[in-house]
Structures are given as C-alpha cells and as structure tokens.
Design a protein around this ligand. Structure first.
Ligand code: SAH
Length: 381
C-alpha cells in the first residue's frame, strides 16, 4: 500500500488507505446484500494492478497569488484546486504530459484561466490514451480560439512526448462547471485516437464516451457476450450502446444488431466504428431507449437477445416493460449502479425474467464504484 498524500483534500478516492483485497471484499458483500433473493453473486474479478488504470486524465489549471502555475483537481465539493503531482489511479504518461504543458506555459505567455475574474486562456487539459495502440490525444480546453504560437507550442510538446498523436483545442468560454465546450479545433493529427478492445478498433475523440479502464472493460465485455450465447443468427439489441462497443463486438456472432443511444455524437461514433471494423449487420438509432423499445414492441417486433448498459440511474420502467414485450430469450444487464440494478431486476422478475447469476468486475479501484453483469433468461409461460 502506497499512501496518497492528497487523499484528504482531493476526495476522489473513497477507499484510500484500504488494502485492495479489502476493497474488493467490501464491494462483493455490498452486491451480495443488494441481490439477495435474485441470483448467486460470483466472486468479483479485480485488477492485477489497481494503480494508474485511468486512461482519461483531466487536470485543472490555476495560478497561485505569487504567480506559480498549479495543476491538479478540484478540492472535494469546491472550486479550489488541489495541486496533485502524482495521482495513483491516473495513467502516468498522461500525468507527465500535463506537467510538461504546465512547464511550457510561461515561455509561450499562455495565461491560466481564473474562475473568479473570468480572465485567462487555459482552463483544463484532458489527456486520453489508447491502452493497446499507444496513441495519445491531448485536449487543451481554452476560453478563446486564439492560442499564441500554437504551431510552436505543439512542436515543443511533441518534441518531449513524440507519442502524442493528436492535439485539439476545445473552446469553452462559458461560466460553467462542464469541462468541455462544444467546439473542437484540431491542431495536430486526426483529432481522435483509436483503441483496441476485444480485437476491434474504436475511435475516441475529445467528447466520446469510452470506458476509463479498458483492460478491465475488455474482461467485462467478454463475459457479457459469452453469457449471451450467440450462434450467428440472432437479432440482438444493444440498448444505451454509447459508441457501440458491446453491440459491435457481439455482432460478429449475431445475425443482426440494433444499437440505441440518446447522445447523437455517440451514435455518430458508433456508425463510424461499425464501418472502421467492416461490420455490415449493425445499425444504430438515436433515440431514448425506452421510447424506441416501446415503438418496436408496438410494431410487433421481437428480439432474441438484449444487452443493456444504462447510466448509474438504471433503466426506466417503460424500457423494461417494452423489453419484456419484445420477448428476448436472454437479457444481459451490464450495470454501473448496483442499487438501480436491484430495482430493475425486481421489475424484470415480475415480467417473467429469472436472474441466473451476477458477475461483478472492479473497473474503478480505490473508488466505491463497480460494474456488474447479470444474465437473465425468460421463463417459459
Ligand atoms: N455501452 C456503452 C456505453 C454505456 S454508458 C459502453 O460500454 O461504452 C450509458 C450510455 O447511455 C451513455 O452513452 C448515455 O448517453 C446513454 N443514455 C443515457 N440515457 C439514455 C436514454 N434515455 N436512452 C438511450 N441512451 C441513453
């Protein structure tokens, strides 16, 4: 156990100071309690190395009264910045890049944004790394598209870190706690990186959703797809599909895939990801998942397998009712919110689905979060 000197102020890690095995045990017990009466909970799959797993690293920039530039994170529940030199859970290369940017700023006369005065250019830096491909995307979140000596700045940054494949300026000129603004200006490279998961390539841009711990996400996806027991002919729905990861990986073993997702940018990425991987049996719909499923059910459609991977708040009752009307023989529920999972399993149980087993995965060491896959089968009526 390496103690974290920032733990008290930063507050991002709920389980700092607790040995990893004990963290896993706590998560296992919490899930067993919640899923009591539904299905057996298999032993949690933990990380072999619980450090530096986050491939998406976000740093806030600020200035001290005497003019020094700090990088770090917001103090818990505040807008004060805690200077963090080394975070235990973030990718180490990304942290080095953030330090280099901090050290380059004065010589390029790049000012740091102040929330109080609203003055200054650089607000945040986001670094995303492709775990398998080694590609790196740097996003400089700024208040104005006028960035001094941008060509030379990128050159100096890449001289120190040649592994950076893309640099993007993201314009965020609003008084908001959202990190990213809407507009991206590419300064170097294609403006996105790719990563590989379960043998397929996925595009990650500044704004895309992508699991922050792809090594563990791969294990989770493999399990989810194995539980679906596909034989090449099934009609599969991937609901809350994000950029299409689970559905596209599953589509190789299915007849047809329909992905549904609310966020239009994620849907665009999903379509590109399908093309990038030469997948022709997949289509993606931009819609509220509950409304879409209801419309399918109204049309008298059916599905063989349903994957759902909703946000922490879980699925809606509308969604679950429509899901049951489509009568898939298997439902594979991937959940990042154990409480909403238990609530939804109860609804599905009443609708005739039996949970066969739950498999927890630890994608977020040192935090209280976890992912769980539950396989359910339709009970013959
Ligand atoms: N399965 C994907 C993403 C899961 S995250 C992956 O593994 O990468 C949950 C996703 O649900 C997000 O992409 C979010 O935009 C989407 N979402 C949230 N509410 C939704 C709704 N009402 N209908 C459809 N999608 C929704």
């Amino acid at each position: 156990m390496k103690p974290c000197p920032y733990a008290k102020k930063c507050g991002c890690c709920d389980y700092q100071g607790i040995p990893y095995e004990e963290q896993l045990h706590t998560k296992q017990k919490a899930l067993e309690n919640l899923l009591q009466g539904f299905c057996p909970v298999h032993p949690i799959t933990g990380m072999t190395d619980p450090y530096h797993y986050r491939n998406k690293v976000h740093a806030v920039f600020s200035r001290t009264k005497d003019g020094r530039i700090l990088t770090g994170m917001y103090e818990e529940d505040s807008h004060r910045v805690v200077a963090v030199e080394h975070c235990q859970i973030e990718n180490e290369k990304a942290q080095e890049i953030i330090h280099t940017i901090r050290d380059l700023l004065p010589s390029f006369k790049i000012t740091v944004y102040s929330e109080q005065s609203g003055y200054g250019l650089l607000r945040h830096v986001l670094v995303r790394t492709g775990e398998k491909t080694g590609e790196i995307l740097v996003v400089l979140v700024v208040t104005s598209p006028v960035f001094p000596s941008k060509v030379n700045f990128v050159r100096a940054l890449r001289k120190k870190h040649p592994e950076i494949t893309s640099v993007v300026l993201n314009l965020n000129d609003r008084k908001t706690s959202m990190v990213l603004g809407k507009r991206d200006i590419i300064l170097h490279g294609p403006g996105y990186i790719e990563d590989e998961i379960c043998g397929m390539r996925f595009r990650i841009s500044a704004q895309s959703f992508y699991q922050v711990n792809p090594r563990m996400a791969e294990k989770l996806y493999e399990k989810a797809i194995a539980l679906a027991d596909l034989h090449g002919t099934e009609r599969v729905i991937d609901a809350y599909c994000g950029t299409g990861t689970i559905g596209l990986i599953a589509s190789k073993s299915a007849g047809e895939l329909i992905g549904v997702e609310l966020n239009p940018e994620a849907v665009r990425d999903a379509v590109k990801n399908a093309r990038r991987n030469r997948i022709e049996n997949a289509r993606f719909v931009q819609a509220d998942a509950g409304q879409f499923m209801t419309a399918l059910a109204e049309d008298g459609e059916s599905a063989d397998v349903l994957f759902l991977d909703p946000p922490r708040s879980g699925a809606t009752e509308e969604f679950l009712r429509a899901a049951a009307r489509l009568a898939p023989s298997r439902i594979v529920y991937i959940s990042c919110g154990p409480e909403s999972l238990a609530r939804d399993l109860l609804v599905l149980k009443k609708l005739g689905y039996r949970a066969e087993g739950a498999w927890p995965y630890d994608l977020f060491g040192f935090t209280r979060h976890m992912e769980t896959v539950v396989m359910m089968s339709g009970v013959e009526k």
